[in-house]
Design a protein around this ligand. Structure first.
Ligand code: ZN
Length: 460
């Protein structure tokens, strides 16, 4: 009785047997590789398809009909993927969905990025998502993305990850001349229009814009592109460094893009390891969460409903709107996104009793939002109880917390858009230190619990 009476929270590694610890550490080795390899939504989508193919999933379009145990996926414009394992129960009983996003904060190139100023060639950027601008100066950056040429051919760009590759950098102001800047408010000291990346310095033998011209000559030689092709491109600057262990005990991973690839990767592994569940299991990886989930690759798009309609049709061989609507109404979803771990260096923005802590388990966030739960998706208590029960029965250690202190800020996830579809939804993810920074920190125990928790839910 004494043991069960109080909700005790402790570090998940405390008293953990060596075998489980070994499983956790080896799972995280593969995750680190994925995080280092796939740094953009397109790259993570490609990696997901590669892993799904290997695990026997096939494209939804390649199947005429579906039966329990079938494994299919649908790709959304190369920037998102939704995978299904068909369950034993009829589809109208609903789906068990784990949804995560695969876009991360970064610097995008503007449509007309290249210019010359102060005897140097630069690329102009437009930041994507909620970044703290000062964090992107004086760090090595790599350039990832695609350029679509006029003839329709796609040029894949990946510069800055190879041993001998160049890296990009935004030079910061020297402290000796920073007196004026140092007196400014943080929000005014760093301007988006000044996040310009150095592109080249050697002039060409032409009359004007010599350095800009010289950069264009190199790009033309290497990729066959002309300056106007930048308009038809999606080029993203991300940190050039890879994911590494941190802490002398190697209990954490520092890396770019844990938000939200830590949930995306664990959800993907969970569906790959799901055989024939009772209800149809879904792993949904979407784009554009960091900028409001709009657009046809974001969670607010009808993409999911459209492929669900297709799936229902292939299951029953006759499309029926009521079937799709009924399926959505009976579905449950874990909105798999990251939370903010208590950080003693910034203790004043947290409320200790309702904060999450690194390596204390999978984070359940009943509601998000800001200033009096505004814009929150607040999970129903009945549904929270169901999720806690599933986790407890599968030995998934969890913690429940809010993002931070009341009225110091807030945030949201894709949860509200799934709730709009009449789906039961709750935020369940991994807590992070340094969220949205170029080098975020996640706990290995929490990462493994995410995998275990998502798998238990998909098989419930
Ligand atoms: Zn996120």
């Amino acid at each position: 009785m004494e043991n069960n009476l109080m909700y005790e929270r402790q570090n998940g590694f405390a008293g953990l047997d060596n075998q489980t610890k070994g499983e956790i550490y080896s799972f995280c080795e593969e995750y680190k590789q994925a995080l280092t390899k796939a740094k953009t939504e397109r790259e993570f989508c490609d990696l997901s398809v590669e892993l799904l193919d290997k695990a026997g999933f096939v494209s939804l379009d390649s199947k005429d009909s579906l039966k329990p145990g079938d494994r299919v996926y649908a790709v959304n414009r190369g920037k998102g993927v939704t995978a299904f394992v068909i369950g034993k129960e009829p589809i109208e009983n609903g789906l068990n969905i784990v949804g995560a996003h695969i876009d991360s904060p970064r610097l995008d190139l503007k449509p007309n990025p290249l210019y010359e100023e102060g005897k140097m060639a630069y690329l102009k950027t437009h930041y994507y998502g909620g970044i703290r601008k000062y964090q992107w100066l004086s760090i090595p950056l790599s350039l990832h993305g695609v350029i679509i040429k006029k003839d329709g051919t796609k040029v894949q760009v990946n510069i800055g990850e190879g041993e001998d590759d160049i890296v990009f950098c935004i030079a910061d102001l020297l402290p000796h001349l920073a007196q004026n800047q140092a007196g400014k408010k943080l929000s005014e000291a760093f301007e988006g229009e000044k996040l310009n990346v150095i592109a080249g310095n050697v002039p060409a033998d032409v009359d004007k814009d010599k350095k800009k011209y010289a950069v264009m000559e190199i790009l033309n030689q290497k990729y066959g592109i002309v300056e106007a092709d930048f308009v038809c491109a999606e080029l993203e600057l991300v940190p050039a460094f890879g994911a590494k262990d941190t802490g002398f005990d190697r209990s954490m991973i520092a890396g770019y893009g844990h938000d939200d690839r830590v949930c995306a990767y664990t959800a993907l592994k969970a569906i790959i390891d799901t055989k024939t569940p009772e209800k149809t299991a879904v792993c949904m990886l979407v784009d554009k969460e960091e900028i409001g989930s709009l657009g046809n690759t974001g969670m607010q798009s009808r993409f999911f409903e459209n492929i669900l309609a297709k799936l229902c049709d292939k299951l029953n061989n006759n499309y029926n709107e009521l079937l799709v609507r009924g399926c959505l109404s009976n579905s449950s979803c874990l909105s798999a996104d990251v939370g903010a771990a208590f950080d003693s260096n910034f203790a004043d923005v947290y409320e200790r009793g309702n904060a999450s802590y690194i390596n204390e388990g999978l984070l359940i966030t009943k509601y998000t939002g800001a200033r009096g739960k505004s814009s929150a998706s607040d999970a129903n208590a009945e549904f929270v109880a169901k999720i806690c029960r599933i986790f407890d029965e599968s030995d998934v250690k969890w913690q429940c917390a809010e993002l931070g202190r009341i009225d110091v800020g807030g945030g949201g996830t894709i949860a509200c858009y799934l709730a709009n579809l009449d789906i039961e939804v709750i935020d369940v993810g991994v807590t992070l230190l340094g969220m949205h920074s170029p080098y975020e920190i996640a706990g290995k125990f929490d990462i493994y619990m995410a995998y275990k928790g998502y798998k238990a839910f998909m098989n419930s």
